[in-house]
Design a protein around this ligand. Structure first.
Ligand code: HEC
Length: 505
């Protein structure tokens, strides 16, 4: 006991500000601190941007100095939620231990300014497009008003692209109309005309989340503070002629009524994509068929899913998605030779920061690699992010008070066939999950307890009847052979059509 106390005291002495005061004297704002702040903080912390105050000169930084040391030491700033692991990320925003120490040394030294002539100029921030004027700018056709207070708003806006031929896109940049309230967005393409119809039927600009986005193809997203998406490795994605852009925006009211009219800039390329590529989501479709059910009060609810890659690919980025209850999210690849690579681990999932993590170098994943994803959720009252008080039972759903969960890899292939085979394996995976969910409900249907509206109930009855008929040996289990037949039937009946957004088609 005594020993512990003694060593703690020693440690205090070692860390005391008096120690090494000689070296710290030389830490000044102009020479040491301004470069760190201007490089890593000012993009967001300047007027009109998402940061709640400006960090643009000696005065503004000096005023916040103590708080800056706190938030950099506990790594809440700059926002970056991936734990250090097996792969390096090219867009890593976090500060190095040396930078964090310099900030604290500066405060200890009394926040000296140094020679103002030495202060570097502020970086040249592009007030509009960061990667240059786009070839095409798609702007929301009407302004949308966001009330001052209240819960977050999700809304879909349809923007006709009016393309007369197919175009390959090499970069896409989102320009929020009102950066103070635009939190994150997802982009989709619609070639069916359905989105236009929804828009026309809805009195306000755009259309609500109650309409399904099934059949739209998902092409990516943007969140607060992310860099524009410039596809790496010569990759491109295709916008078919006649397609409409659907932008789904998440607004976060900030105390003042504001209107937004955001734009999306497209950079086209004359060259097609260098390689086929796609996204691999585990479990697919944001976990819709995962059977997520989190009991009220459950402090650590774990969801896991594993997917085996049927073909070789090279992963180049990873992204995680869940709502407020998630805490820890992990994706690990176990190669056929047994080597495990942790592709993403976050122990501090924060719904407000939906980051894309780009790999410095692509990670080769041979056929037979197993992807294991794990998400833990905290649905207790002690989770400060829990949106419901007192906690309620939570299932999969699109509202932020529902839950979701999956981790998505972006990966490139050598051939189109490899990409197709990977999509098919994902569809098979989803169909299998779908069968599990129906099979779980067979007792309900037998008792006439199947909930939902008449139509849904009828569909469930048919599906359960079909599976029961397939269970030839009547052992209440589907053998692998029986499952295969069931999946073929389910695919044949178009049951999976509503899961459109599996990958880039
Ligand atoms: C990607 C945008 C972004 C970057 C980069 C960024 N910040 Fe922030 N910062 C924010 C936002 C947004 C908030 C408001 C709180 C929140 O949403 O987490 C914030 C809040 C803060 C706060 C207040 C924290 C609190 O508890 O109220 C401090 C201090 C801060 N930032 C300092 C910094 C410093 C220092 C850096 C650079 C080392 C930095 N930030 C980089 C966006 C950013």
């Amino acid at each position: 006991m005594k020993l512990v106390k003694k060593s703690a005291a020693l440690l205090c002495l070692f860390l005391s500000p008096l120690q090494g005061a000689g070296e710290e004297k030389s830490v000044t704002f102009s020479k040491d601190i301004a470069p760190i702040i201007f490089e890593n903080c000012t993009t967001c912390h300047r007027p009109g941007q998402i940061g709640p105050f400006a960090l643009t000169d000696y005065k503004t930084v000096k005023r916040r100095a103590k708080q800056i040391v706190e938030v950099t030491e506990d790594r809440t700033m700059p926002p970056w939620h991936a734990d250090p692991g097996d792969v390096k990320f090219s867009n890593n925003r976090s500060l190095s231990p040396e930078q964090i120490k310099l900030l604290s040394d500066w405060v200890t030294a009394g926040r000296p300014e140094g020679d103002p002539a030495e202060t570097p100029p502020l970086p040249e921030f592009h007030e509009k497009w960061q990667i240059g004027e786009p070839d095409q700018i798609a702007t929301m056709t009407e302004r949308f008003t966001v009330r001052a207070e209240g819960s977050d708003i999700y809304r879909n806006f349809v923007i006709p692209m009016n393309l007369e031929e197919d175009r390959w896109v090499e970069a896409i940049e989102f320009l929020p109309g009102a950066p103070e309230i635009v939190h994150h967005i997802l982009y989709f393409l619609d070639t069916s005309g359905k989105a236009r119809k929804y828009d026309a039927e809805d009195k306000k600009p755009g259309f609500s989340m109650s309409k399904s986005n099934a059949g739209f193809s998902y092409i990516g997203g943007w969140d607060v503070g992310t860099q524009p998406t410039e596809l790496p490795h010569g990759l491109r994605f295709l916008i078919p002629k006649g397609a409409d852009l659907v932008v789904q925006i998440h607004y976060h009211p900030n105390g003042r009524e504001m209107t937004d009219q955001s734009s999306v800039g497209f950079h086209y390329s004359d060259k097609p994509t260098a390689r086929p590529w796609s996204i691999i989501q585990v479990p697919p479709h944001f976990g819709q068929m995962q059977g997520i059910e989190i009991k009220a009060g459950d402090k650590e609810h774990i969801e896991e899913a594993s997917f085996i890659l049927p073909e070789d690919c090279e992963a180049f980025a990873v992204n995680a998605h869940a709502h407020y209850l998630a805490k820890r999210m992990e994706l690990t690849a176990t190669l056929p030779n047994g080597k495990a690579i942790r592709l993403l681990r976050t122990t501090r999932w924060d719904f407000r920061w939906q980051e894309d993590y780009s790999f410095e170098k692509p990670v080769k994943l041979p056929a037979g690699t197993r992807l294991d994803m794990l998400i833990s959720y905290d649905n207790s009252a002690s989770n400060p992010n829990n949106p419901t008080s007192p906690p309620k039972n939570v299932k999969w759903g699109p509202q932020t008070t529902d839950e979701m969960g999956s981790i998505t890899l972006a990966a490139m292939f050598e051939t189109k066939e490899q990409k197709e085979a990977t999509h098919n394996a994902l569809r098979f995976f989803l169909a299998n999950q779908f069968i599990d969910r129906i099979w779980e409900r067979r007792a309900d249907v037998g008792n006439g307890n199947g909930n939902g509206n008449g139509n849904r109930k009828g569909q469930l009855q048919i599906a359960v009847g079909m599976l029961k008929a397939l269970d030839k040996d009547n052992d209440s289990m589907l053998s692998p052979e029986e499952r295969k037949t069931a999946i073929a039937l389910i695919q044949g009946m178009g049951f999976l059509k509503r899961f459109g957004a599996i990958g880039f088609e």
